[in-house]
Design a protein around this ligand. Structure first.
Ligand SMILES: [Zn+2]
Ligand SMILES: [Zn+2]
Length: 815
C-alpha cells in the first residue's frame, strides 16, 4: 500500500506567488479603451461565490515495476465570507500585496470522484514475483474538512493575479486490494483521506495549486481561471497524493464577485418641492430636474471613486404623455402627434455631461456606457430630466451595473424614502399624479386625483365641484400675459406672430373655478372681479383667450386630456360685445355648458341711453351699476335665477294728455289713469316732476311684490330698474308709488329670501317696496343655486330661457 504523503497545511491559507513577468494582462480591445480595475477596485469585492472544478489523470511507472494511475475529479462549490483586510499599500514595504477571501465548512460543498490505482511488485507465498494493486474509489464523496478561498496578489496598484485554494479531503474512500499471486487484505473504508494534486508549498504555511497566478481580468468580473489563450482553465503537470507520481491537472473555476456597493440618487433641485412645468409648446422645456447618482460603499455615503461600472441606466417608466403642456394649451390643431413623453432625457444636453450617452427615442431611457472618455469618473454621474408638461409624471429607475453583476438599483436617501428605488417624479403619493408639494397646504395628501368636491358658499347647495378634477386644477391652464412681458411668470412663445407670452394659472381646490373669456369691452373685467368677490367663485381670467378654450364654438377649458383624471368637459363662459343697450345671457340661467354666450353692450351705449333717459343722475346710476350687472349675468351663467318672475321685462310709459293728469300705458298697450305719490305717501307726482308735458312719455319699470326686485337688495341678482310699485293695500287701484331714481345695485350674491332695506317686510313708510322673495320656491336663495360643474344636472329655480338673445341684433334687450 502506498504511503500517503502528508502536507503540513491542509486547511488552506490561500496565497499565490508571482513568477515575475510570466503573465500579461489580456490585450483585448476593451483593455485598451479603459484602465484596468485597480487593487482598490478588486479589494472592494465583498465576497466571491462559485465553483472550482479539478480534474486530473495520469499514469506513471518506473524501472522497479511500480505503476500507478490517477483518475480524479471534483467540484467544490463555495461562497466566501471573510473580506480582505488592509489597504492597497503603495508597495513600499513589500513587493506585493495579497488579499484573501476565505470560507470554511458551512458554505462549502465538495463532490469528489476518485478511481486511482497503485500497482507494485510483490513476492508470492510460492516465492514468485507477482503484482499487487491498491484501488482507491469513491463517487461524489464529500468531506467535513472542507474549506475554500480566493487570493489576489498585486505587484502594483494596477496589476495582479489570482489563485485559488481548497481543502482536498474525502470521506468514504474505499481502499481495496488485489494481487496476481500475493495475498490480499479485505477492503476498508477511510475518511479524511487527502486526494488531488500536491500543492506548492510556498512557505511553511501557504500552499497554492497554481504554478502561476492567473492574470486578473481588466474589469472586476467573474473569474474563470482562464490564463489567456484558448485553453480553458489552469493546466499543469504535478504529483498526485493517491495515484500517479505525475498527473495532468486542470483547474477550472467560475467565481462571481459580490459587491458591497450601493447606488444613491439625489437631485440638485429640492426633490420634495419639485413639480414639473411646461413651456410654450410641447417641445419646449418648462423646467429641469437634475439627477445625481453615485456608487457608494454600502452602508455609507462615501463614493466608491475607484469603481468603474459597466454602465448606468436611467429609465423613466410609467411616464405620462398628456396632450399639450396644460389643459388648454396648445390648441388641439397644434398638438404634436404622437404625443411625446412629458418628462424625458434630452440627448444633446446630457451628452455634454456624459459623452457617449445613448438616449433612443422617445427619450425615456438613458444609458451611459463605460468608455474611454468617462473611465475613472463613472462612479458619479449627473443627468438632466426635462419637463414639458405641468401635469407630467414618471417613475424613475436608476441602476448601475458593476462587473457584469445584476444592476444595483439606485435609491433616494431622503428621510422616509431611503429604500425607494421606484422614484416617483414628482414626489407624490403612489397612484396619484399630483406633486405632494402642490397638495401641501391645499388639500390632504391622500386626496384623490379625481376629487372635485369644492363646496359652494351657499348653504344647502349640493352642486359641488367645478367640473375640474384635482389633477386638472394642478396641471392648470395657460392664459396670455399682457403686455409682453408682464412678469417673471410670463414666458414667450417664439413661434407666435405677433409675439405672445403666456402664464400658467392653476385651479383652486378649495374654490369653484369658473372660466370666462371676455371678448367684449375691457370694462367687463371689473364685473368679473365683482362676481368673484361676491360669490366666492374664482374667475379665470382677464387674459383668457378664445384659442385657450378651443374656440368659441367649443368653449372647453380642459380639452387636452388623456391619462390624467378627467370627469367632464368643462365649459368657459364667453362674453361678447352685444349690440343692444342691455346684456343678455343666452340660455340662462343654467350651468356653463349651456350658456352659449353672454352679450354685453359697450358701456358707452349704456351711458348714452342713461343720458337720454335720465340725464346725469341716471348716468351716475348706470356707471355704478355696470360692473354689478356683469356680475348679475355671470350669475345666470352658473344657474342662478332672478329673485322672482312676476315683473314685466318690458317698460311701462307714463304719459299726460293735459300736463296735469297721468296715464299709465301697460306693456300690452292698455292704459290706466293713475295717481302717483312719492314714498312719503302724501306728495303727488306731477308730469312736470317727470319732465313731461302734454303728449310726452316717461319710460318706467314697475316692480311687483315678490318679483324680480324683491328680497335682499344687497344681492346683485336682484333687479334694480323699477321706479314704481303698487300699494299693498290696494293692488288693483289707480295709486302708484314713485321712486325718483332707480334702485342701487347689489354688491354681492346672497342667500336669503327675506326683504332687506327698502324691501324690509317691516318697512312702514309707506310699505315694503317689493317685499320678500318666494323662499319656498328658492327665490332669493341665489348662492344655493350656483352650479359651475358641467357634470351635474342642477335644479333650476326658473327654467333656462330657450329663446336666444335675438335682441342683440336689434338692440331691444333688457337686463
Ligand atoms: Zn340674490
Ligand atoms: Zn337677469
Amino acid at each position: 500500500m502506498k504511503q500517503r504523503r502528508h502536507r503540513n497545511a491542509r486547511l488552506l491559507v490561500v496565497s499565490v506567488f508571482l513568477a515575475g513577468g510570466c503573465f500579461l494582462l489580456p490585450q483585448d480591445s476593451k483593455a485598451q479603451q479603459q484602465p484596468s480595475a485597480t487593487c482598490a477596485d478588486w479589494t472592494n469585492v465583498q465576497s466571491w461565490s462559485g465553483t472550482i472544478t479539478i480534474s486530473g489523470s495520469g499514469h506513471s511507472s518506473d524501472q522497479h515495476g511500480n505503476s500507478s494511475t490517477t483518475s480524479e475529479s471534483a467540484t467544490i462549490t463555495f461562497k466566501t465570507s471573510t473580506t480582505p483586510g488592509g489597504p492597497c499599500d503603495p508597495f513600499v514595504v513589500d513587493t506585493s500585496e495579497a488579499f484573501t477571501w476565505l470560507e470554511q465548512a458551512s458554505q462549502v460543498t465538495d463532490s469528489v470522484t476518485i478511481h486511482d490505482t497503485v500497482t507494485s511488485p510483490c513476492v508470492g507465498s510460492d516465492g514468485g514475483t507477482y503484482t499487487q494493486t491498491t484501488s482507491y474509489d469513491v463517487d461524489n464523496g464529500t468531506t467535513t474538512l472542507n474549506n475554500a478561498g480566493l487570493a489576489i496578489i498585486f505587484t502594483s496598484a494596477t496589476s495582479g493575479g489570482y489563485g485559488l485554494g481548497w481543502s482536498e479531503y474525502v470521506d468514504g474512500l474505499r481502499i481495496s486490494y488485489s494481487s496476481t499471486g500475493c495475498g490480499t487484505a479485505p477492503p476498508t473504508i477511510s475518511n479524511n483521506v487527502p486526494w488531488g494534486p500536491v500543492g506548492i508549498i510556498l512557505n511553511t504555511k501557504s500552499i497554492d495549486y497554481f504554478p502561476n497566478p492567473v492574470p486578473l481580468p481588466s474589469t472586476i468580473s467573474t473569474l474563470n481561471c482562464n490564463s489567456g489563450g484558448s485553453t480553458a482553465g489552469v493546466s499543469f503537470r504535478g504529483a498526485s497524493y493517491l495515484g500517479a507520481s505525475a498527473a495532468d491537472w486542470t483547474i477550472g473555476c467560475n467565481i462571481v464577485p459580490a459587491f458591497a456597493y450601493d447606488v444613491l440618487v439625489s437631485t440638485i433641485q429640492d426633490y420634495p418641492k419639485w413639480r414639473p412645468m411646461g413651456g410654450a409648446d410641447e417641445k419646449a422645456v418648462g423646467n429641469l430636474l437634475d439627477l445625481q447618482a453615485r456608487i457608494v460603499y454600502k452602508g455609507t455615503t462615501q463614493t466608491a471613486f475607484g469603481v468603474n461600472p459597466d454602465q448606468w441606466m436611467f429609465t423613466l417608466k410609467d411616464y405620462s404623455s398628456e396632450p399639450g403642456v396644460a389643459l388648454n394649451w396648445p390648441p388641439q390643431d397644434q398638438l404634436v402627434s404622437p404625443t411625446p413623453p412629458d418628462l424625458d432625457f434630452n440627448l444633446a444636453v446630457n451628452n455634454v455631461l456624459n459623452p457617449g450617452i445613448v438616449i433612443p427615442p422617445p427619450g425615456t431611457t438613458a444609458q451611459i456606457p463605460l468608455n474611454a472618455t468617462n473611465a475613472g469618473n463613472l462612479a458619479f454621474v449627473q443627468l438632466t430630466v426635462e419637463s414639458h408638461d405641468w401635469g407630467g409624471w414618471a417613475t424613475l429607475n436608476v441602476a448601475a451595473t458593476v462587473a457584469g453583476q445584476p444592476p444595483i438599483q439606485g435609491h433616494l436617501t431622503l428621510p422616509g424614502l431611503q429604500n425607494v428605488t421606484d422614484i416617483l417624479l414628482p414626489l407624490r403619493i403612489p397612484g396619484s399624479h399630483i406633486a405632494n408639494s402642490w397638495k401641501n397646504g391645499k388639500v390632504p395628501l391622500n386626496t384623490a386625483d379625481s376629487d372635485d368636491s369644492e363646496i359652494p358658499q351657499g348653504a344647502n347647495n349640493s352642486n359641488r365641484g367645478d367640473g375640474l378634477t384635482l389633477y386638472e386644477e394642478y396641471r392648470g391652464f395657460y392664459v396670455d400675459c399682457a403686455p409682453i412681458p408682464q412678469s417673471s411668470n410670463c414666458f414667450g412663445s417664439p413661434s407666435s406672430v405677433p409675439p405672445r407670452a403666456f402664464m400658467h394659472v392653476e385651479g383652486d381646490p378649495t374654490k369653484l373655478d369658473l372660466f370666462v373669456v371676455n371678448d367684449g369691452e375691457p370694462d367687463v373685467l371689473e364685473g368679473m372681479k365683482d362676481f368673484a368677490a361676491g360669490t366666492g367663485i374664482k374667475v379665470c381670467c382677464p387674459t383668457l383667450r378664445d384659442d385657450q378654450i378651443n374656440g368659441q364654438a367649443s368653449r372647453v377649458v380642459n380639452f387636452n386630456h388623456s391619462q390624467g383624471a378627467h370627469e367632464v368637459d368643462q365649459h368657459a363662459i364667453v362674453i361678447v360685445k352685444g349690440k343692444g343697450a342691455g346684456p343678455c345671457t343666452e340660455h340662462g340661467p343654467d350651468q356653463p355648458k349651456n350658456i352659449t354666450k353672454i352679450y354685453y353692450p359697450p358701456i358707452a351705449n349704456i351711458l348714452d341711453m342713461a343720458q337720454r333717459e335720465g340725464g346725469s343722475a341716471r348716468v351716475a346710476w348706470a356707471t355704478d351699476k355696470y360692473p354689478y350687472s356683469v356680475a348679475h349675468e355671470l350669475g345666470h351663467s352658473v344657474n342662478v335665477s332672478h329673485h322672482g318672475v312676476t315683473d314685466s321685462r318690458e317698460p311701462r310709459y307714463w304719459t299726460t294728455p293735459d300736463g296735469t293728469s297721468l296715464i299709465e300705458i301697460n306693456p300690452d298697450g292698455t292704459s290706466t289713469p293713475i295717481q302717483a305719490f312719492l314714498e312719503d305717501n302724501s306728495t303727488t307726482v306731477t308730469p312736470s316732476d317727470l319732465s313731461i308735458s302734454a303728449g310726452g312719455k316717461f319710460k318706467i319699470y314697475r316692480g311687483e311684490n315678490g318679483g324680480k326686485h324683491s328680497g335682499d337688495v344687497f344681492c346683485f341678482m336682484r333687479y334694480n330698474i323699477s321706479q314704481s310699485y303698487l300699494p299693498l293695500a290696494d293692488p288693483n287701484g289707480n295709486k302708484r308709488f314713485f321712486v325718483p331714481e332707480r334702485e342701487r345695485a347689489g354688491r354681492r350674491m346672497t342667500n336669503m329670501s327675506v326683504g332687506t332695506d327698502t324691501n324690509d317686510p317691516n318697512r312702514t313708510t309707506p310699505q315694503p317696496r317689493y317685499g320678500n322673495s318666494d323662499g319656498v320656491n328658492h327665490f332669493g336663495m341665489c348662492l344655493s343655486q350656483i352650479c359651475v360643474n358641467d357634470r351635474l344636472t342642477p335644479m333650476h329655480v326658473t327654467p333656462p330661457d330657450t329663446n336666444p338673445c335675438l335682441g342683440q341684433s336689434s338692440g331691444q334687450t333688457t337686463p
